[in-house]
Ligand binder design. Structure first.
Ligand code: S3P
Length: 168
């Protein structure tokens, strides 16, 4: 079975954009985890959090990661919280390569500041909060990653080329 490519990283690091370009370049299927979960639940991520709680959303993510692991040949844009669970990390590493997209809190803030569909940032939309949450998560992202790409100041094509170069 062809391996998957999992893009991980904090919200707003460009996982969705890069996954789209990469899946075309590599002729692989595209999986946008958040979109799949929204379709499955028939409601927005905000509503899943509000109605069923974060833990339920995390369980949905784990189930989806397991399914993707069995399918193979996909470029997967992971939700920012996916590498927080060890079981998810194991499943990703077993079925593919994990690519960590890293951006500075300032870059992230600029990308997400107008978004209202990320429950963890609703009411916390500032560089200080993003920095704190990112630092708390950093060890998990780093431990999960097979390779790391710094995205600050780079175009989507540059990032994509760097991922492909490093994968080869
Ligand atoms: C989350 C990131 C979001 C989404 C949810 C939780 C997180 O995905 O899964 O709001 O915990 O970092 P993106 O990273 O695609 O924004």
């Amino acid at each position: 079975m062809a391996k998957n490519i999992f893009l991980i990283g904090f919200m707003g690091t460009g996982k969705s954009t890069i996954a789209k370009v990469l899946s075309k370049e590599c002729n692989m299927s595209l999986v946008e985890m958040d979109e799949r979960l929204v379709e499955e639940a028939g409601m927005s991520i905000n509503d899943i959090f509000e109605k069923y709680g974060e833990e339920h959303f995390r369980d949905m993510e784990t189930k989806l990661i397991m399914t993707i692991g069995k399918e193979g040949n996909s470029v997967v844009s992971c939700g920012g919280g996916v590498p927080m669970r060890e079981v998810n990390v194991e499943a990703m590493r077993e079925s593919g390569t994990v690519v960590y997209l890293q951006s500075s809190p300032q870059t992230i803030y600029e990308r997400v500041k107008d978004s209202t569909n990320r429950p963890l940032l609703n009411g916390n939309m500032n560089v200080e909060y993003i920095t704190k949450l990112m630092e708390a998560r950093r060890p998990k992202y780093e431990a999960a990653a097979d390779l790391t790409i710094i995205t600050d100041g780079k175009s989507r094509n540059e990032i994509c080329k760097e991922v492909i170069d490093k994968l080869n």
